[in-house]
Design a binder for this molecule. Structure first.
Ligand code: PLP
Length: 401
């Protein structure tokens, strides 16, 4: 551990890019094919990610939002339909619903896991509900069995928003295989980063075919690819359905393939770092480290720490304590951020007056250790220990009577 006067340990920035990544990008430049509806890096990424998840089919897209959009379209969601989404997520989960002219209906979260509360979701179902989009927030799978039990008798499509949860497991099964379809993000901040991009997965050939048309302006994806004529396609090119142009570029797909080979190592480092920090923070009264229910694995895309001033008999608002702790952590050199400050329904876009008390309380009383640029999952163990030291000091300074 560094002593007094030592240089502070510098956190490592994300994404980590290696010679493997440069080789992958170079390979694309040498081939000279930058995109295409049957382009080779995209096709290879789809095959490799489908195998990684254990799903029958995969489509790469130009964002995670796009992957959610084609899943909702494949599920038949359209104008006037309602789709249940959690009140705590990135706004893309709800935006993708709006893109189809449908209505996002927010449900509250389970305060222990920060994921969709199945009971509150059940209370929000109406005759217009068409789908449920559980979010595996921060890398922890939602309670999928309870949500599937809610969806099945009502014939609701379950679409996993796995944007933050590559490689996480629920009751032995990989996220991405727990609903009818799933969407992952390849955004630079994610555990599987490639700039901007996304991945759609399903086991259903029919849903895959519908999503493939939605991704390609309603056109049939070409069956063949000619390396001599990579931009030409002999198909008729007649659109049969509305769609978007959501294809990814080849540079992104190649980078994603290189990063995918390192994803198991990224996940292992993330879980080690989280265990190391939890061993430190779990000892502090009034501090709640992220919980991992025994039937799931957590990949700790974000490490959210909840504060409970009441457990220390402190008469201070959780939000005020959080803000003081955030400043104290930064003064100690610990990377810390707020990720989302209000529940989604409180965004001006939705301006729903309902309180969503669990999501609001969780956001008021918690912060994230690590930032988007320097997340916990990227750090070597000495940085994690230094952040543990810094947290202990910052915490004792803000709770001191
Ligand atoms: C939970 C969640 N859903 C959806 C998305 C959308 O992914 P993208 O930014 O790749 O469109 C993100 C990522 O930013 C996310 O965190």
């Amino acid at each position: 551990m560094p002593g007094e006067g030592d240089e502070p340990v510098q956190p490592r920035r994300w994404p980590i890019l290696t010679a493997e990544d440069r080789d992958a990008v170079q390979r694309v430049l040498e081939r000279g094919v930058l995109s295409g509806a049957a382009a080779p890096e995209m096709r290879a990424l789809e095959a490799e990610f489908a195998a990684f998840v254990g799903a029958g089919f995969c489509l790469a897209t130009n964002s995670g939002t796009a992957a959610l959009g084609i899943a909702l379209r494949a599920a038949g969601v359209g104008p006037g339909d309602e789709v249940i989404v959690p009140a705590l997520s990135f706004v893309a989960t709800a935006q993708a619903v709006l893109h189809l002219g449908a209505v996002p209906v927010f449900a509250d979260i389970d305060p222990a896991t920060y994921t969709l509360d199945p009971e509150d979701a059940a209370a929000r179902v109406t005759s217009r509900t068409r789908a449920i989009v559980p979010v595996h927030l921060h890398g922890l799978p939602a309670d999928m069995d309870a949500l599937r039990a809610l969806a099945r008798p009502r014939a609701l499509a379950v679409i996993e928003d796995a944007a933050q949860a590559h490689g996480a497991r629920y009751r032995g099964r990989a996220v991405g295989t727990l609903g009818a379809m799933a969407a992952f993000s390849l955004n630079s901040t994610k555990n599987l980063p490639a700039g901007e991009g996304g991945l759609f997965v399903t086991d259903s050939e029919e849903l895959w075919a519908r999503a493939a048309r939605a991704r390609f302006d309603g056109l049939e994806p070409p069956a063949k690819w000619d390396p001599e004529r990579p931009l030409d396609d002999e198909a008729e090119g007649l659109a049969s359905t509305p769609g978007w142009m959501y294809l990814p570029g080849e540079l992104t797909s190649a980078l994603a393939r290189a990063q995918l080979r390192r994803l198991p190592a990224t996940t292992a480092r993330s879980q080690d770092n989280a265990a190391r920090l939890t061993a430190r923070l779990g000892r502090l009264a009034g501090v709640e480290a992220p919980a991992t229910p025994p039937d799931r694995t957590h990949v700790f895309h974000k490490y959210r720490v909840r504060l409970h001033p009441d457990r220390l008999g402190l008469r201070v608002r959780a939000r005020d304590l959080r803000d003081r702790l955030l400043a104290a952590l930064r003064a100690e050199g610990v990377e810390a951020v707020l990720w989302q400050t209000v529940p989604l329904p409180a965004h001006p876009l939705f301006a729903r007056p309902e309180p969503y008390s669990q999501a609001a309380a969780a956001l008021d009383g918690s912060l994230i250790i690590g930032s988007q640029s320097c997340p916990l999952f990227a750090q070597p163990s000495e940085v994690v220990e230094a952040w543990g030291d810094g947290f202990e000091k910052a915490w004792s300074s803000v709770v001191r009577p």
